[in-house]
Ligand binder design. Structure first.
Ligand code: GCU
Length: 455
């Protein structure tokens, strides 16, 4: 009987794997075309083209930027005013989240698979003269429902070895080397020179010197940064290798989900203060860090570096990068498929939400918005637009007892807003957030009181 049962179970397993349809393979262009068919869209408006001599250059003229009418975070879709914190939490915030889910970043499946964190290696070492413990971690995603796709989340965690108690920690979303090479080639093709890293200590050194730990999470181990990868990674695993539907999550939401799984691990580690874990990222990972912080209220603080379109920059502003760029074959994987509608039959002005409301979803938690100098970094990320979005998130912070940005006048380069709960600073360099880490750490010390500040 036992043998018979074993045979039956064995056969059943083989049967499942053999019956599973293999993952669909498509290029980004094929997947994008399929999405367009699903949405019944024939054509999209092209994005801004930053290449010299382009027919459709980005607008950098403030007087033509528009986008002054951001949706009011404190007005319900039916026009009612949100007047109490309870109404924000119970009614308005879920309404905003649902709109971002449906039209902008896509819905996370109701059931996502379990992640088991494995410590691959653990060593004591010295970094920047500070004794630390470094763990290589692998988040194994349960793929028993579709064994043809494996997802293993890569993360490294470094904590001070001699701390007197649990430490605060930042999760950094890190570019993988192949992705970095592609990004550098893209920048070279556009004639954009990336500055050499500014002198001074790395962000890792700064964190350790302030008594923090840090984790480096590789988002592309959760979900590839390409439309060709949408039938794989966590999105593909949940869809059993089939193409994504227009309302389903894109890479930004998948990366944010991965960050939440990383946070699960950090919160289970006694070396870390579970209530003082923050998230940081630059550029596409600045967007992902903001999305993670907005959706997962366990993130205590965020450093959002040059996040631009799809991040803190309002979709409604015609300045620098446009919805047409996000909807194109190079970037649409970041967004929900439905987002393409707003670059086709609808316009960005029809979006039910905008980036001020994504920032507002972080309230009342402290969030620091970082940019470089428009002269060095360029206007593509729309610094002023991000500032305006932060101003427009202010009423929600104030409703919840905070202050928001505390000013509606953009401070000069190098001047930080730190005493408020939406921190802000434009440094004098280019596309990096490194020069803003000292200001961020000062901001964090003022907000994650008193435990972190005392260390
Ligand atoms: C491109 C893209 C931006 C993005 C950036 C990056 O420039 O247009 O939206 O932020 O890449 O991630 O580096």
């Amino acid at each position: 009987m036992r043998t018979l049962l074993a045979c039956f179970l064995g056969a059943a397993t083989v049967f499942t794997a053999a019956q599973a349809r293999p993952p669909v393979h498509m290029t980004a262009a094929q997947d994008h075309a399929l999405l367009m068919r699903m949405l019944r869209i024939r054509a999209l408006r092209p994005g801004a083209d930053p290449n010299p001599g382009a027919k459709n250059p980005p607008n950098y003229d403030e007087s033509k930027a528009g986008g002054a009418d951001l949706p009011d975070a404190l007005t319900m879709a039916d026009g009612r005013r949100v007047t109490t914190a309870a109404m924000w939490w119970r009614e308005r915030r879920p309404q905003i989240a649902a709109a971002f889910d449906r039209d902008v970043y896509g819905r996370v499946p109701r059931h996502t698979p379990r992640v088991d964190w494995i410590v691959v290696s653990r060593k004591r070492e010295t970094q920047y003269g500070i004794p630390v413990v470094t763990e290589q971690l692998r988040g194994q995603v349960d793929n028993s429902a579709y064994p043809l796709i494996a997802v293993n989340i890569e993360m490294t965690l470094t904590t001070p070895a001699d701390a007197r108690g649990p430490v605060p920690a930042m999760i950094h979303l890190g570019f993988d080397p192949a992705q970095m090479a592609r990004f550098l080639a893209q920048m070279r093709a556009r004639g954009i020179k990336l500055p050499p890293p500014p002198p001074g200590p790395s962000w890792q050194q700064q964190l350790l010197e302030h008594g923090w730990g840090y984790a480096v999470l590789v988002p592309t181990s959760v979900q590839a940064d390409s439309g060709a990868g949408l039938t794989e990674g966590i999105i593909g695993l949940c869809n059993h290798g089939q193409p994504r539907r227009p309302d389903q999550w894109g890479a930004l939401r998948a990366w944010a989900w991965g960050a939440s799984r990383a946070l699960d691990y950090l919160q289970s580690d006694p070396a870390i203060n579970a209530h003082e874990v923050g998230i940081e990222g630059l550029s596409r990972y600045g967007k992902a860090a903001l999305v993670a912080m907005a959706y997962d209220q366990r993130f205590a603080i965020g450093l959002i570096g040059s996040s631009g379109a799809g991040g803190a920059k309002p979709f409604r502003r015609n300045f620098g990068e446009q919805a047409g760029n996000l909807a194109g074959t190079g970037e649409y994987q970041w967004m929900a498929g439905n987002f393409l509608l707003y670059d086709g039959p609808r316009t960005v002005n029809d979006l039910p939400v905008d980036s001020n409301e994504l920032i507002a979803m972080c309230a009342p938690r402290p969030i620091f918005i970082s940019t470089g100098s428009p002269k060095v970094e360029g206007g593509w990320i729309d610094d002023r637009g991000m500032f305006l979005a932060a101003v427009a998130a202010g009423p929600v912070y104030r409703l919840l007892g905070g202050e928001g940005l505390g000013s509606d006048v953009m401070p000069p380069l190098g001047t930080a807003l730190l005493d408020v709960d939406i921190g802000w600073r434009q440094h004098e360099g280019g596309h990096t957030d490194l020069p803003n880490w000292p200001a961020f750490l000062e901001f964090a010390a003022r907000h994650l009181k008193p435990a972190a500040a005392a260390r």
